[in-house]
Design a protein around this ligand. Sequence first.
Ligand SMILES: [Zn+2]
Length: 241
Amino acid sequence: MIDLTGQTINKLRVVRRVDNVGKQPAWLCVCECGAEKRVLGMHLRTGKPVDCGCGRAQRLREAHVRHGMTDTPEWRAWKSMLDRCNTPTHKAYVHYGGRGIKVCKRWMVFENFYADMGKRPEGTSLDRINNNRGYSPANCRWATQQEQQNNRRSNVRITLHGETKTMKQWATHFGVDYAVVKDRHSKGVRGAALFAASPRKPYGRKIEIDGLSKTITEWAAHFGVTYQEMWKRINSKDPSC
Ligand SMILES: [Zn+2]
């Protein structure tokens, strides 16, 4: 990793390295206005960050004047896309920018985005056709919720360790609740991480019933029921029936 300490990028001066944001190295910067801001190294290296955000309102006003489309559905979709990918403090950043989903260079400018995507049809939102690829003219469309759900359909086939199964089959294989896996998939999680035991939920935890300690998967086998059924029983406080 390149040490950026002491460098000045536009109005930002890099002070020191701070904790990663997701897997991305981040740096504490001080803006000319005196405010501190954490910025990702990969963003600093593009030379694009202008300031801590203090000039943002002004820039937005200028953009508004320029294209006159601020507060249209297209502009909001564009803005929200940029925030998800480029603003580490955005609540959804971890599922976008945080996992490497980028906006193509051309679409950093609203006019280009609008020229490529056109007017948003009623009832649709911006959708990436391939959930693992970034935002670009080739990978984006305006789609209805139904179209987007079909795109993330549950019979997704996943290859792990050289074996291909549906997502549901893998969930059963790993003894992880399918609903949890589906939720992770819809948030962009891919590969083995889809089936990891959740630290907040006791998938791998031993549950004690009548003095015996087993995992939910083991208990399910013990009682001859499905994992889902066992999970329901354990949460019903009367696991043995
Ligand atoms: Zn500032």
